[in-house]
Design a protein around this ligand. Structure first.
Ligand SMILES: NC(=O)c1ccc[n+]([C@@H]2O[C@H](COP(=O)([O-])OP(=O)(O)OC[C@H]3O[C@@H](n4cnc5c(N)ncnc54)[C@H](OP(=O)(O)O)[C@@H]3O)[C@@H](O)[C@H]2O)c1
Length: 407
């Protein structure tokens, strides 16, 4: 370590870690000009290379790009407690162990930065933590998983089934061989926990986030979405509900004018709503080695110039209930007169009014597709139970609709 150089300890040398090392070498002159110190990789840790103790002891900044939780947590805590700033892209680590990591950073008097842990290169951590620090955020909507957005975009554009679109995503390298983390909504849930923390100033643990994936979305849903002028996305939402917060991830239909509706392919976007600013939407590539490495290097530059890290809350969030939503309801029913009236009556019993209906005969059965007005999720669940109990109903599924119109 010397006054003219900044030695970076690199934990992990995979897709992002190797791109980061290349980027540090390529951009070293510019970073020296900006910060007054020349960045250099001092040591690299992989499963087969490097000595963790020596790397921690000899680094001015530690960059954690290993993934996983336990080893990463141990090394990051040690670095922070000993006064070494840390940059990480690890959303699982940050969403599960936020308070412990923040405490370690306070003890060491240094910052933990994690811009690349949420929404890839889209600089939403900085915007929420700094640019909008003075605005009271009411709601954050995000498409924060590029894999699922690619799959849904392909289904919408080509009529492909979920299975075919997933296979294409795997062939193009947008989805892992085991895609569960992405398609189940778990990856997006971790990112929304972090965004909620930054937007509302309370700890939200990953376990507080309710999530649902895209595995059950059908080509049929996509075709109806077109008829209703809606786009189907996996949407993360963090918002104030009563005195608490609701943080959730689920497939949702959006009006085509919504800022997130036109975000297609492996891209991410986050819309931040606040009375003071109306709304801001940020979008860009959601993943990829060089792209993520660029966000990591931005954090390293901030650490080198001693900028404060993202603000960390002191209290956990109260998780609220009473969320309201509109719904798309897809029913397979017996093709008999009066079925629509029976279904509408069950909805009416819970005070739910119907916005649009499409009915298609299929021979023995008919397909009934209904879009409701906004209703409390609790009332909707009760109505769905009543509808399932009708002997004319063979199958029913529901997807939320974000029922707001944007110009
Ligand atoms: N890939 C993306 O586009 C992307 C986007 C945003 C965020 N991220 C995040 O960035 C991080 C890295 O992702 P990645 O795609 O670069 O992963 P990766 O390609 O699997 O690379 C992981 C690296 O960490 C090393 N490593 C893993 N566990 C280790 C352990 N216990 N001890 C020592 N070394 C270990 C691996 O060593 P070996 O080489 O020996 O296996 C490898 O070099 C993750 O937190 C991920 O969520 C990735």
């Amino acid at each position: 370590m010397s006054a003219d150089t900044c030695t970076i300890g690199l934990l992990g040398h995979g897709t992002v870690g190797s791109a980061f090392a290349d980027l540090v070498a390529a951009r070293a002159d510019d970073i020296t000009r900006i910060t007054g110190r020349r960045p250099q990789i001092g040591g690299i840790l992989t499963r087969s290379l490097g000595d963790a103790d020596a790397i921690l002891a000899g680094s001015d900044i530690v960059v954690e790009l290993m993934g996983g939780v336990e080893t990463a947590r141990d090394l990051v805590l040690r670095a922070l407690r000993s006064g070494t700033p840390v940059v990480t892209a690890n959303k699982q680590l940050v969403s599960r162990h936020g308070p412990e990591l923040a405490q370690a950073a306070r003890e060491g008097g240094v910052a933990l930065r994690y811009e690349a842990a949420v929404a890839g290169i889209v600089p939403v951590v900085r915007v929420l933590g700094e640019s909008l620090a003075g605005a009271q955020v009411d709601r954050v909507h995000g498409i924060v998983n590029g894999t699922t957005n690619f799959i849904l975009s392909q289904m919408a554009a080509t009529g492909a089934t979920y299975a075919d679109a997933l296979r294409e995503a795997q062939e193009l390298g947008y989805a892992e061989a085991d895609p569960t983390e992405d398609v189940s909504g778990a990856d997006a849930a971790a990112k929304m926990a972090i965004l909620a923390r930054l937007a509302f100033g309370h700890w939200v643990h990953l376990d507080d986030v309710v999530f649902e994936g895209i595995e059950h979305v059908t080509a049929d849903d996509m075709a109806y979405a077109r008829q209703f002028d809606l786009a189907l996305k996996l949407v993360g939402t963090a918002e104030r509900v009563g005195d608490g917060l609701s943080v959730r991830v689920h497939p949702a239909f959006l009006p085509v004018g919504h800022p997130l509706a036109s975000v297609d392919g492996p891209f991410n976007a986050v819309t931040i709503e606040s009375a003071a600013i109306t709304e801001i939407t940020l979008s860009g590539p959601g993943a990829g080695g060089p792209q993520t490495a660029s966000a990591v290097l931005g954090d390293v530059v901030s650490a080198m110039i001693g900028a404060p890290g993202p603000p960390e809350p002191h209290a956990p969030a109260v998780i609220g209930s009473g969320v309201a939503s509109a719904f798309y309801v897809h029913l397979e029913v017996a093709d008999r007169p009066g079925v629509l009236a029976q279904v509408a009556e069950r909805l009416g019993l819970q005070g739910i009014s119907v916005k649009s209906v499409i009915q298609d005969g299929l021979g023995e059965t008919a397909r009934l597709v209904i879009v409701t007005h906004t209703v409390s999720e609790q009332d909707f669940a009760a109505a769905l139970d009543l509808i399932r109990a009708l002997d004319v109903v063979r199958a029913v599924r529901a997807i939320r609709v974000i029922d707001e119109h944007f110009s």
